[in-house]
Design a protein around this ligand. Sequence first.
Ligand code: HEM
Length: 409
Amino acid sequence: MNRYGDGEGMYRTHLFGSPSIIVCFPSISKYIYRSGDLFIVKWPNVDLMGPTSLGAVHGKAHARIRSYLTNAINRPDSLRRIAAHVQPRMVAALQSWAHQGQLKGYSEVKKVTFENIGKLFVSFEPGPGLESMDKLFDGLLKGIRAQPINVPGFAYHYAIQCRKKLEAIFRVELEKKKNGNGVETTNDLMDGLMKIEDDEGNKLSDHEIVENIVALVVGGYDSTALSSTWALYFLAKFPYVLKKLREENIAACKNKKGEFITTEDLSRMKYTANVVEETIRMANISAINFRLATREVEYKGYTIPKDWKVILWIRYLHTNPENFDDPMCFNPDRWNKPAKPGTFQVFGGGSRICPGNMLARLQIALFLHHLSVGYKWELVNPDAEIIYLSHPIPVDGVDIKLSKITDQQ
Ligand code: HEM
């Protein structure tokens, strides 16, 4: 960009041996998202994501899984149920953090997020099994954005081993469900995937169900945990934001007699919603988004060749002062008015927009509620360096000292 100027907001380069177009302006990003037939989604290391999973399939196969999933986790009635379901574990986790006093924010947030997601997706109960699965998912996630070198010692090779073990675990769960062996009737995502049918009444194969469940945990687990961890970080750094957040959240539960807050309560909590949006904008969990040109495309006098990778550079959009004033300032009030069109792409766009976006927002908001009402905390290393691979996170894993707020405070 320094060499050629902004142009139409894209430039060409070579990344990891592939010719690629890097897209960094809202207008061209919008065009690419809208032209789903010209630019198909194409994740790297799709074998690790699962070639038959939602993020990898196209056409009717994509539409039928997506429609089920959107109903199950992204509609108001499902979110209402999920809100009631996830809060007890958040409350218990925060109490245990206060007992610990000092803790690694990221690993603790991950534990509680994984417990909730494990229960929602496959009815897993917390326990040692869940902990070892967490490690397997960690290994799998690290491989997804690594060079595909299938040699022992490399992240990609290890990720393949983790994936095999995870598939074996989920296959056992699926068999139990199919045989009705010792599993009470549940209503989790695996049950839902088992029921999906296409126009001819064909169901998903066992293999497709298992691949989709693995992909859903991959998509929904670390992304949500990282976002909540960044909220811990930003709120510690911006105390006046925490003060306003706390006031709104205390007011929201003033007349409650111990019951949890609901999605209806949250819909009235404007500042909390702003804090969620600002957290995910600045966290940039998905810093880039992947597409592939299916044929040669002309755009405003430029040619995008067939089979070139098209990489949407989301972090650039979110940190460009032309899109967001003073972009590195954590300022939830900026969300009092909507972002400029096409500048906010945390969840991607078009027919592929993240189907878990409302679920993620809900979990972050509920976490913020219990955290801000009941606890105070500080960063042990406020100047910790940030690492960016595989995802952005302070290098110390957000080490915090946390305690319960007493009545006198
Ligand atoms: C803050 C948390 C999250 C972030 C930042 C995030 C971000 C994204 C992004 C950028 C995409 C790609 C969209 C595109 O290509 O245009 C995506 C897709 C996807 N996400 Fe999320 N996501 C989050 C939470 C979740 C959750 C909770 C789930 C739960 C199930 C989930 C499941 C998926 C799936 C299945 C896809 C593929 C969708 C498709 O190809 O149709 N994500 N997400």
